[in-house]
Design a protein around this ligand. Structure first.
Ligand code: BV8
Length: 246
């Protein structure tokens, strides 16, 4: 990663008013949360089809809940890292700043970000499979597995978007709408392998936004990026921040 590129990224941000950010599992990896497809990939121990699908849940809700309970236990014991914190700081510096995340770990909010679009839901929210009511739940480890709805007794599910499920149409609309308005989109810590989230950067670029990617590895988006900063978010974002305040 060249210092010149970091300076250029800071310059582009400094001149902009409308900033979109798209984050993936990579921004949480320095907090100790495994990514999905990386070397320590979460999926390595489990196959996505076995667990993060509605079919898996109806087939074996207990197994799916044991996986989420394990993840809640892991996520519940970690803190946001400098990458999360810089984004929370930048949100206060720009007139319009929208953080679009694929992550369900809640670490952006824990770091202080406010204007967040959680495309794939939130691991700390449960939803009644009968009434569709959504409730915050931070009990870890969970007592009953699967947990039951306090009002109707039906099984609760994680309030997350599984493969083959549609995203919340309002959240998705807002994500695409701001992607077409932003002047810059920072794409941080995503392998760009999951749709429709992975289409947001090209949508922003087609609408004239500059794309700045932060990732230790190249991704399918790297060729689209105006600037590709190869490295860890927790190291690169503070560097950009330093140059922005110079
Ligand atoms: C939908 C919640 C309509 C659950 C998740 C064939 C072709 C194209 C699409 C499809 C297809 N078949 C099916 C589909 C659609 C499917 C899809 O995209 N499948 C892919 C796998 C091919 N999508 C869906 O089903 C979506 N719904 O399309 O609705 C529909 C309806 C019916 C039928 C069909 C379609 C729903 C997708 C949501 C799935 N839910 N999560 C849970 O978490 O338990 S997705 C899951 O992947 C997480 O949310 C995760 O965030 C997301 C994306 O992964 P990444 O975040 O990018 O993480 P990854 O590990 O892959 O990469 C990490 C990156 O970080 C790496 O690049 C690494 O280099 C980098 N990194 C590492 N360390 C650092 C770092 N970067 C910076 N700093 C570091 N320190």
């Amino acid at each position: 990663m060249k210092t010149e590129d970091v300076k250029q990224a800071a310059e582009i941000l400094r001149k902009s008013k409308r900033i979109a950010v798209l984050t993936g599992a990579g921004i949480s990896s320095e907090s100790g949360v495994p990514t999905f497809r990386g070397r320590d990939g979460l999926w390595r121990q489990f196959r996505a089809e076995d667990l993060a699908t509605p079919e898996a849940f109806s087939r074996d809700p207990k197994l799916v809940w044991e996986w989420y309970d394990w993840r809640r236990g892991l996520i519940g014991n970690v803190e946001p890292n400098p990458g999360h914190r810089i984004l929370a700081k930048w949100e206060t510096l720009f007139p319009e700043f929208v953080l679009i995340t694929q992550n369900i770990d809640g670490l952006h909010a824990k770091a202080g970000s406010k204007n967040i679009l959680e495309l794939h839901g939130n691991i700390w929210k449960l939803r009644c499979t009968k009434e569709e009511t959504i409730m915050e739940n931070h009990v870890s480890p969970l007592g009953d597995i699967p947990p039951r709805c306090p009002s109707c007794g039906e099984t609760l599910r994680p309030h997350v978007v599984w493969f083959g499920e549609s995203l919340d149409p309002d959240i998705l609309h807002r994500a695409f709408a701001f992607s077409s308005l932003c002047e810059v989109m920072l794409v941080i810590g995503t392998s760009a392998s999951v749709q429709p989230a992975a289409s947001l950067p090209s949508y922003a670029s087609d609408a004239g936004a500059k794309i700045i990617e932060v990732n230790p590895d190249p991704t399918p988006l790297t060729s689209l990026a105006n600037i590709s900063l190869q490295g860890k978010a927790g190291e690169i974002l503070p560097l950009i921040d330093q140059f922005m305040s110079l």
